[in-house]
Design a protein around this ligand. Structure first.
Ligand SMILES: Nc1nc2c(c(=O)[nH]1)N[C@H]1C(S)=C(S)[C@@H](COP(=O)(O)OP(=O)(O)OC[C@H]3O[C@@H](n4cnc5c(=O)[nH]c(N)nc54)[C@H](O)[C@@H]3O)O[C@H]1N2
Ligand SMILES: Nc1nc2c(c(=O)[nH]1)N[C@H]1C(S)=C(S)[C@@H](COP(=O)(O)OP(=O)(O)OC[C@H]3O[C@@H](n4cnc5c(=O)[nH]c(N)nc54)[C@H](O)[C@@H]3O)O[C@H]1N2
Ligand code: SF4
Ligand SMILES: [Mo]
Length: 732
């Protein structure tokens, strides 16, 4: 029994008090924070925005954080933080925080209810949907922004406890490509790098990546590089990163695959390859070499918009570098042929032996704070812990470790996000639970998504705010504690488990996602199955057990205290080690995770852009991050006066001066941007950062995804957010 005061019990329940037994004591009060204060009265918490995973010092007074600063001793950020990190407490006190569950009444009005009524409604309506339409007629859309323990519990509850199957998360919008590309090429989803590689590389190549804006502290690590490195940026736009680079290759959108094959061709032609490494550590090279020979410089130059000389310079830079690192982000992952593009990058690293040594690697930079956690532990596309739903040995291990009957573990994969959306459209999915993502804003071709929500019998949204575009449409809103109001771990881009602590109380009767899942389990009637998941730290111990003998083995991490003392710990750590080296990379031994120990060259011919510009829609629309102070759909960052002042309040579109002159568009005038799917009005920002024939709109504004075209990579099913055809007209 918890020591929580009776008044809290009553506020929470107005119902059977026995349910309280399922919540761990840390849900109330302030968890373990007081015990973890450093002598200066601060405690380190990992930031809850991007995947850099900076350590922030929470300055604690009377048990609660009153301020944040950058932690100088944390190995990731070394005393630096970006504006979002400094301002991370502000969104927690926003006036529109959800403080109680809200249930839509018969008249369509959301009314506050207590947790007992909310959980009763949740379970009875989800169960009724399953009874009427089948066990697989309910789905969830989750996230890479809750703690690993929470996403693990959610995925296990949904599949093993509730008997449902179809679930996915916003990680599909973001990292699905890297996940699939690594798995196919290396045999496991294993980003090989450590942040020291930013400092130890003499040639850094960023492809479809704008770290100055999207990963500013990783960029600070690049700036600490003392080798005067050559920095190459491949991006259709002259981004902030491109401006700071040694060379910028402004390729035609979606011509990356052709470019990368063309570079492979030149490396082969000049014999600038590492035959010993290829022989020892890879397979399928000869097929790849034959394939790559087709990509002559003339052909590649014509398709990418670069000159033949550019291509030779690019290949020579790779050859001349002693430690060449390749970095990619959404310019690669969000495309109709993204998996092969990511693997074309991996192929360049493999054929030149640029992997496993300091300053090298084929390195995917992750997006959200815990997208890496969702890739390993969400129990969505792979069986929890990097396992395979179809592998009987893996199923037996999960069954034994978690005490779940084998029959409860599905043998078929879930539908991906777009298939769930199609399922809602055709009436197969009738109940949807959305957790920590704002699909109505962020999903591709949002009008089509929002229209079909009306076909659902029951929409539940679990978020910090009932005001998001998605939460406003919910039948039932569940108020979630946010980052800083709960405990757990995040895994950052360099595979580092970092600790999130409860440094503030959640408002009203909001609960952590962990506790909400525990309550659902209890009310659903499968609480017993999750009895061992008694607290986030108990769940961490289960996660540890599941990792045993996997490439991501973390059985050497003792507990949360250990993570805290060590400044986070990168996977793998199989042997108990009090102070593991703070920077570790993979593949130093040239061994990969396929059964033969080798990495594979994988490739396919490029395919044309699905919606190329034409006479009616003559511009290519690029989308992405706008400023370092805006986070996605703005539900958190828009709550801070400081952050709002660092970015344009209204939607704008970047247009090249030549196009603006031709269309008679003056700076700051309103223009209409129209695609085949929808239109919006935006302020014209005339800038040579975009090439003629291309425009750019940041994703942070609610309307951007009215325009985007729903096409997906066939391997990863990741949406191609960054290329569709639009027209532009000045408004009088
Ligand atoms: N401030 C801030 N930081 C963030 C986020 C945020 O919302 N705000 N979100 C986080 C998340 S979840 C993610 S996934 C990352 C994303 O981080 P990034 O991927 O670095 O950011 P984006 O701006 O989405 O896309 C990067 C670049 O891809 C380019 N691009 C578009 N099409 C192509 C193409 O065909 N080829 C090439 N080579 N490039 C192309 C765009 O011009 C853009 O400059 O950022 C993370 N960090
Ligand atoms: N056009 C275009 N669209 C894009 C992209 C693009 O480049 N271009 N990028 C895509 C990418 S890479 C991504 S990652 C997605 C991001 O898209 P979303 O995931 O939809 O964006 P967020 O605004 O981060 O939404 C997270 C939600 O979770 C809530 N939340 C935060 N913390 C918690 C918590 O602890 N618990 C709960 N329950 N809720 C919480 C927040 O209030 C917010 O509403 O957007 C994608 N959409
Ligand atoms: S760079 Fe990312 S992790 Fe670091 S403070 Fe900024 S948002 Fe947080
Ligand atoms: Mo993302």
């Amino acid at each position: 029994m918890t020591t929580k005061p009776k008044s809290t019990l009553l506020r929470l329940w107005h119902g059977p008090l026995t349910q309280d037994l399922v919540l761990h004591p840390g849900e109330f009060g302030l968890g373990q924070v007081p015990a973890r204060l450093k002598p200066d009265g601060t405690t380190t918490v990992v930031c809850g925005f991007c995947s850099t995973g900076c350590g922030l010092n929470a300055h604690v007074k009377n048990g609660e954080a009153i301020n944040l600063s950058a932690d100088a001793s944390y190995p990731v950020n070394l005393g630096m933080a970006c504006p979002k990190g400094w301002e991370a407490l502000t969104p927690l006190t926003a006036p529109d925080r959800g403080t109680t569950p809200l249930l839509r009444d018969a008249g369509g009005q959301p009314r506050p209810v207590d947790w007992h009524d909310a959980m009763t409604e949740f379970c009875s309506r989800m169960k009724a949907t399953q009874a009427r339409h089948g066990a697989h007629s309910i789905a969830f859309l989750g996230t890479g922004q809750i703690c690993t323990e929470e996403m693990a519990l959610l995925g296990c509850l949904f599949k093993f406890g509730m008997g449902a199957l179809h679930c996915d998360s916003n990680t599909r919008q973001c990292m699905a490509t890297s996940h699939v590309a690594y798995k196919q090429s290396f045999g496991y989803d294993a980003p090989p790098f450590t942040y020291a590689d930013f400092e130890e590389s003499d040639t850094l190549i960023f492809i479809g990546s704008n770290p100055c804006i999207a990963h500013p502290i990783m960029w600070q690590r690049v700036l600490r590089n003392k080798k005067s490195p050559t920095i190459i940026v491949v991006d259709p736009r002259k981004t902030e990163t491109a401006m700071a680079a040694t060379r910028h290759y402004a390729i035609q959108p979606k011509s990356d695959l052709t470019l990368l094959y063309g570079i492979a061709h030149l490396l082969l032609e000049n014999d600038w390859i590492d035959r010993a490494f290829i022989e020892k550590s890879t397979t399928h090279f000869e097929e790849f070499a034959r394939f790559a020979r087709q990509w002559s410089p003339d052909k590649v130059a014509a398709e990418t918009g670069l000159s033949v000389a550019d291509l030779h310079d690019f290949a020579a830079a790779i050859h001349n570098g002693k430690a060449v690192s390749f970095w990619w982000t959404m310019g690669v992952n969000q495309s109709h042929e993204s998996t092969r593009a990511a693997q074309a990058i991996i192929n360049l690293a493999l054929m030149t032996g640029n992997i496993g040594r300091p300053g090298t690697g084929a390195n995917s930079i992750t997006g959200q704070c815990n997208a890496m956690g969702s890739r390993l532990y969400a129990n969505i596309s792979g069986l929890i812990g990097g396992h395979d739903f179809k592998n009987p040995l893996h199923r037996a291990k999960v069954s034994a470790t978690l005490g779940v009957p084998d029959e409860a573990i599905p043998t078929e994969p879930s539908w991906a996000y777009d298939q769930i959306v199609d399922g809602i459209r055709d009436g197969t999915i009738k109940g949807l639970w959305v957790i920590a993502t704002n699909s109505s804003h962020s999903w591709i071709h949002q009008d089509a998504f929002n229209e079909i929500l009306g076909k659902l019998d029951f929409l539940v949204v679990q978020d910090m705010y009932p005001t998001t575009e998605t939460a406003r449409r919910a039948d039932l809103f569940l108020p979630a504690a946010g980052w800083g109001e709960k405990e757990g771990t995040f895994i950052n881009s360099e595979r580092r488990f970092g600790l999130v602590k409860k440094i503030r109380r959640a408002p009203g009767i909001a609960l952590s996602d962990f506790s909400i899942c525990k309550l659902v389990a209890e009310y659903w009637g499968c609480g017993e199955m999750f009895a061992r998941w008694s607290s986030p730290e108990a769940a961490f111990q289960l996660i540890k057990e599941l990792s045993k003998n996997q490439p991501s083995d973390i059985t050497g991490i003792a507990d949360y205290e250990h993570l805290d003392r060590a400044g986070g710990i990168q996977w793998p750590l199989a042997a108990p080690t009090e102070s593991p080296p703070q920077e570790r990379r993979l593949f130093a031994d040239g061994k990969f995770y396929h059964a033969d120990g080798k990495a594979r060259f994988l490739f396919d011919p490029p395919r044309p852009m699905p919606e190329p510009p034409d006479a009616g829609f003559p511009f290519v629309l690029l989308t992405g991050r706008g400023t370092s102070s805006q986070w996605h759909t703005g539900s958190r960052t828009d709550k801070s006066d400081v952050l709002r002042q660092l970015s344009p309040a209204n939607i704008y579109v970047e247009i090249n001066p030549r196009d603006a002159r031709r269309l008679r568009i003056a700076p700051n005038r309103l223009v209409r941007v129209r695609s085949r799917r929808g239109e919006l009005t935006a302020t014209a920002f005339i800038t040579p950062q975009v090439q003629p024939g291309q425009v750019f709109i940041p994703m942070h504004y609610a309307e951007t995804n009215k325009l985007t075209f729903a096409v997906f990579d066939p391997h990863s099913r990741q949406p191609s957010y960054k290329a569709c055809a639009v027209q532009i007209q000045p408004l009088k």
